[in-house]
Design a protein around this ligand. Structure first.
Ligand code: 4AZ
Length: 247
């Protein structure tokens, strides 16, 4: 997160960190953000997952305020299986969504706690007001060209852009599809940045923190009059429900 504030995982208990194992270093590296949506299910971004990354190499870390520090509140899971969207386009990041099923012996994976709690999914018809203030979070870079990810989870506040303003002209000419939404900080203070992708854009709806976007891409971080681009989650409710039901 560019700008924003250091946060506590209790304030974004649906935030996940997805890691991948590299045999050469015999260690797991931070890969992307993710969002817990149910005890055994985490949403993320399709572009995070290289063909090489088999499910056995992936791990999901929940409940950590400090990315690299073990904590008594953490819950760590292997990944049973994951799906990237069948129509994901590597060219323009259309349908940039992935769903991970966490591994468990007994059908229970994440257990609710102050540090671990799923975000709600929106109804497919949910429409929120233009410029509504919503929240992003992640362990991503604090500056575009920083060599490091954030050591601590951060959060930021961004507003939902009207779709008619979400155009290539604002994003160095890159394609915007109806499956994307733009959000940015009108104060110019907060934005998502590298490593935040896969993580949440949540908006409060009827007292629930509802997952409206998955952090996807942008033209750098925190550039003036340049929004971040998010996968529009309302478009994928049937896709997600079907995968969850059939597996
Ligand atoms: C990224 O590379 C990324 N400013 C994600 C979001 C934004 C920029 C880059 C939005 O994952």
């Amino acid at each position: 997160i560019w700008g924003g504030q250091f946060s506590d995982i209790k304030d974004q208990p649906w935030q996940a960190a997805v890691t991948v194992y590299f045999p050469r270093s015999k260690s797991h590296s931070f890969l992307c953000g993710g969002v817990l949506i149910d005890s055994c299910w985490v949403l993320s971004a399709a572009h995070c997952f290289n063909e090489q990354f088999t499910a056995e190499r992936l791990r999901v870390v929940l409940g950590r305020t400090f990315r690299l520090q073990n904590s008594s509140s953490e819950q760590i899971f292997d990944v049973e299986k994951y799906w990237t969207h069948e129509q994901y386009s590597h060219e323009d990041f259309d349908n940039d969504i992935a769903l991970l099923r966490l591994k468990s012996e007994n059908g229970i994976c994440a257990v609710n706690s102050p540090e671990v709690l799923p975000a709600c999914l929106p109804e497919p018809g949910l429409v929120l007001p233009d410029w509504m203030e919503c929240e992003i979070s992640g362990y991503g870079k604090r500056e575009e060209f920083s060599p490091f990810y954030s050591e601590r989870v951060k959060r930021g506040y961004v507003r939902l852009w009207p779709q008619e303003r979400c155009v290539p002209e604002k994003l160095s000419g890159r394609t915007i599809t109806a499956n994307m939404l733009c959000a940015g900080d009108t104060r110019g203070l907060d934005d998502a940045c590298k490593g935040d992708s896969g993580g949440p854009l949540v908006c409060e709806k009827g007292g629930r923190m509802t997952l409206v976007g998955v952090i996807s891409w942008g033209d750098g971080c925190g550039k003036e009059d340049t929004p971040g681009v998010y996968t529009r989650v309302t478009k994928y409710i049937t896709w997600v429900s079907r995968k969850m039901r059939l597996s």
